[in-house]
Write a protein that binds this ligand. Structure first.
Ligand code: ADP
Length: 481
């Protein structure tokens, strides 16, 4: 089976978030399952620098205002189609904006171009390559499904994965005339959205199936609270809506071999975590004692519930836990957390910044990781926590609800608990969860059973890839012969 993935990001070439991890890991996980996935990505400078240009497999004399070509290449074990369109993608800064973070004003044009090319490839533009299915990701490639629907590839099954419904690609109606779509597409059941053009909306409308990155998030986005204005449409498509949890790279995130750790360990040698714990105490200036260290590794944002946490740090310390916080983001939250650390010297430590190596040491040395997200399409840090015996304490939402088994009495005595869940997501419930954690931690047999159970959980891509294969098969069965 040939699947064309269309995406604005792919690890290890270009990454701003979890989307890149998924699009980078999936082709590799699918390869052993009879699915050949090729990925169409924009030719950003770092992508173009990663290969030597040979003859293009397709040329556009004019694509959204300039010449463009498609190059078939292999980079880092990934089969790629790179869209070389210098007028759109040869720019400094990130994939969506300049170095100061301001979005490029022509993002609508850049990602319409990417999507149009996806639609063209689906329609047979590249000789010798015909995908059986097209799999798009988020608003930046969602329009590929609209180009397919209103073009030659109308019979090719398509899937869109929503990694975060908060980002929708909403533009003014004025751009429609430049998209190269037929007039009928500017309709309620097409690309039109609140009088403008909605890229994600258009993809959700045109896709043969929709996935989110966890089953609970798939359900949540059907409600006004989580639907971000698209819940009506998503409910209409409910029968085609699926949730498939992300996996993690279990080679990079492996406590037995992780080079970032001071001491490696397994479920059988949990005592060795003490050395990593000491490293965390030193780095965060925490007093050394037997109380649990609860960590945070997160963007400091409203979505991640960091304001909820900041408001109850005193309660967390009173409950008997220490806090080690690594994060960056909202300046107000950074300030509030630094102030808390100053107030509770030795009990709360804060490092502002992004530090991959430190994040590994924290998972390998802290006792628990707290994730009070307001919404969480999937979440990765709780999966790393499971794998590292760093017990997740999570808000009961989205992928957090799907991946952690709450340590209630029944789950503890059945030996299946892997963490702590709390709901509703507010300060009181969060502090209550920390109290539960502190008392479980005081009982070494219970605590190590929760750690070991988490470490047994299958958080690899294998199972998730299997689910994507099942869905691809379902889509193929819907093709009109
Ligand atoms: P999101 O993609 O919404 O930020 P996820 O939990 O899906 O949340 O993924 C976040 C990723 O970024 C994880 O790999 C996490 O370890 C990493 N991360 C977040 N903040 C930091 C930080 N300050 N330093 C190091 N890694 C971080």
């Amino acid at each position: 089976m040939q699947v064309l993935s269309v995406t604005p990001e792919i690890f290890p070439l270009i990454k701003t978030g979890g989307l890149a991890d998924v699009t980078g890991a999936l082709p590799i996980a699918l390869a052993g399952k009879g699915v050949a996935m090729r990925t169409l990505i924009p030719g950003y400078p770092q992508v173009m620098a990663a290969f030597k240009k040979k003859k293009a497999v397709y040329q556009y004399p004019l694509l959204q205002g300039g010449k463009a070509s498609i190059h078939a290449v292999q980079i880092a074990g990934l089969d790629l189609f790179v869209l070389d369109a210098p007028h759109l993608f040869d720019r400094p800064g990130g994939p969506y904006g300049n170095a100061t973070g301001a979005d490029w004003p022509d993002n609508w044009r850049r990602f319409a171009a990417l999507s149009q090319v996806g639609g063209d490839i689906a329609g047979g533009a590249i000789s010798g390559y015909q995908p059986d299915i097209v799999h798009a990701h988020d608003w930046q490639s969602a329009m590929a499904l609209a180009y397919m629907r209103y073009g030659k590839a109308v019979g090719v099954p398509s899937l869109i994965t929503v990694h975060n419904l908060a980002f929708q690609g909403q533009f003014g109606a004025g751009i429609f005339g430049e998209l190269g779509l037929p007039g009928v597409a500017m309709a309620l059941d097409g690309v039109e959205y609140y009088g403008g053009v909605g890229y994600l909306k258009a993809g959700l409308q045109a896709a043969w199936a929709i996935t989110t990155v966890s089953p609970t998030y798939a359900q949540e986005i059907r409600s006004p609270e989580f639907g971000m204005g698209l819940d009506g449409l998503i409910n209409m498509r409910a029968i085609d809506l699926h949730g498939i949890v992300n996996g993690i790279d279990v080679d990079i995130w492996n406590p037995e071999t992780d080079k970032h750790l001071v001491a490696n360990y397994s479920a059988e040698t949990l005592a060795a975590r003490a050395k990593n714990r000491k490293a965390v105490e030193d780095r965060f200036n925490l007093e050394s004692d037997d109380s649990p260290i609860v960590c945070v590794v997160s963007r400091l944002t409203w979505q991640k519930g960091m304001d909820i946490l900041a408001a109850v740090v005193d309660g967390i310390v009173t409950a008997g836990a220490r806090l080690a916080i690594l994060g960056s983001g909202d300046a107000g939250l950074e300030g509030a957390l630094l102030a808390a650390a100053a107030r509770h010297r030795g009990r709360i430590g804060v490092v502002v910044g992004y530090d991959e190596a430190l994040s590994h040491i924290m998972q390998g040395g802290c006792d628990a990781i707290v994730i009070p997200s307001r919404f969480e399409p999937c979440g990765l840090t709780q999966l790393y926590g499971l794998r590292y015996g760093c017990v997740p304490v999570v808000a009961r939402t989205g992928g957090l609800a799907d991946t952690i088994i709450d340590a209630n009495e029944a789950a503890i005595s059945a030996g299946v608990a892997t963490g702590f869940q709390f709901a509703p997501n507010n300060g009181g419930a969060l502090v209550h969860a920390v109290h539960r954690l502190v008392s479980a931690h005081a009982n070494p047999a219970v605590w190590s059973s929760i750690q070991r159970q988490g470490m047994k959980a299958d958080v690899s891509w294998d199972r998730s890839a299997e689910k994507y294969v099942e869905l691809y098969r379902l889509l193929l069965s819907k093709r009109v012969a």
